[in-house]
Design a protein around this ligand. Structure first.
Ligand code: PLP
Length: 395
């Protein structure tokens, strides 16, 4: 006898993974250059040169015990101190090393936070569209996910919908800005309003409602756009960060949970985070890359390619008649499907070798996600295919 839930999770691939596998198969048949795969958020921009240099320098100067040995469970102290110093410099905060718990990326951070906070009967609010793995993390932690539609015209928070979702069982609200899949950045006004709303509801229900800031795309914004630092607006904020996108290191599995001192009973919450990491078997985050982060905290990959891709794709798709909310960040564009059934639309797109992801798994049927963390050349080559696809509908 096995856990049916786990068998299902392990057998039923995510739609994104399925398309990614199809893409590899198709590339073997007709050549990778003829397949326009926009399915997965795997950064194509290389990691900064300093990451390579730091790894080489560490390998040349340090022994294996330092490089590959266990670090303390919460992470190497120098790494945590370097991250704190960098955030304090950028956001005027006053974090210290002991506010951080190093993790294997944002996915682990989120699951650990959920493990730390969740009691039977708890609910978490998630705005649609959302990162599909939220459901896996929330339900495996024993909680329920309350899907809450964002404003369909802007993908900003819809406060009426939020008010309808929050009740005495609400333990936390997920905020992912810049957003996967919409690319939208929540305005400072939205964040202020959200903070005031959660203060009021926490007081009314007599327990904190945590804001869970899922921030793998924090640095990926284009143009003059500010991403408010949430701990400055709401005290019960837990930050789940990852270097997967900002440093193009998704396979290295490195990130952190930040528990600011302002969180109610912060040291107990931090202990619960450490306990959840232990219970989930993480032991410690990978040590070599922790040491690299200690020296490279605050650096980012060259994001100019994403901006160029965003502009080219958004302008071209709009000119063909497609509509989508202008994305200010991340590297996704969330476009309206040209027919009600986004799966059928994606099948039509496949005829032109365009691989797009239906919005249904993001909680937003009728949309498709386009991941533009690809080469600009791929976008240029794919544009005629998008134009032909549009013509099928507008002819
Ligand atoms: N949260 C969001 C919104 C994401 O898009 C992703 C990855 O794409 C993650 C979390 C997980 O990130 P990581 O690969 O660092 O675990």
């Amino acid at each position: 006898m096995l856990s049916e839930k786990m068998v299902t999770l392990g057998t039923k691939k995510s739609v994104i993974r399925e398309i990614f596998e199809y893409s590899k198969k198709r590339a073997a048949e007709i050549g990778a250059e003829n397949v326009f795969d926009f399915s997965i958020g795997n950064p194509n921009v290389p990691a900064p040169v300093s990451i390579h240099e730091t790894i080489k320098e560490l390998l040349d100067s340090r022994d294996d015990y330092y490089l590959f040995g266990y670090t303390s469970a919460q992470g190497d102290a120098d790494t945590r101190a370097a991250i704190a110093a960098n955030l304090n410099e950028r956001f005027g905060t006053s974090f210290g090393a002991d506010n951080f718990y190093m993790t294997c990326g944002a996915a682990a951070s989120l699951r650990i936070v959920l493990g730390a906070l969740t009691l039977p009967g708890d609910e978490y609010v998630v705005f649609t569209p959302y990162f599909p793995e939220y459901r896996v993390f929330i339900e495996s932690a024993g909680a329920t996910m309350a899907e809450t539609p964002a404003n369909p015209d802007t993908f900003q928070i819809d406060f009426d919908q939020l008010a309808a979702s929050v009740n005495e069982h609400t333990k936390g609200v997920f905020v992912n800005s810049p957003n996967n899949p919409s690319g939208v950045v929540y305005t400072e006004e939205s964040i202020r309003q959200l903070a005031a709303f959660l203060e009021e509801k926490s007081a009314a229900y007599g327990h904190p409602i945590y804001l869970i800031a899922d921030e793998p795309y924090r640095e990926l914004v284009y143009g003059d756009v500010e991403v408010p630092y949430l701990t400055k607006y709401y005290k019960n904020t837990l930050v789940c960060y990852s270097y997967s996108k900002s440093l193009s290191l998704p396979g290295e599995r490195i990130g952190y949970v930040l528990v600011p001192d302002e969180v109610e009973n912060a040291r107990t919450v931090y202990a619960a985070v450490c306990g959840a990491g232990r219970a989930l078997g993480f032991v410690c985050a990978p040590s070599l890359i922790q040491h690299v982060i200690a020296k490279c905290a605050g650096q980012v990959s060259d994001l100019s390619v994403y901006k160029k891709n965003r502009d080219l794709l958004y302008d071209s798709l709009s000119s063909y008649g497609f509509t989508c909310v202008h994305p200010d960040g991340a590297f996704y564009l969330f476009m309206k499907s040209l027919e009600t059934d986004a799966y059928a639309f994606c099948e039509k797109a496949k005829k032109y070798e365009l691989l797009l992801v239906p919005g249904d798994d993001f909680g937003a049927p009728g949309f498709v996600r386009i991941a533009y963390c690809v080469t600009t050349a791929q976008i240029e080559q794919a544009l005629p295919a998008f134009e032909k696809l549009a013509k099928e509908y507008f002819a």
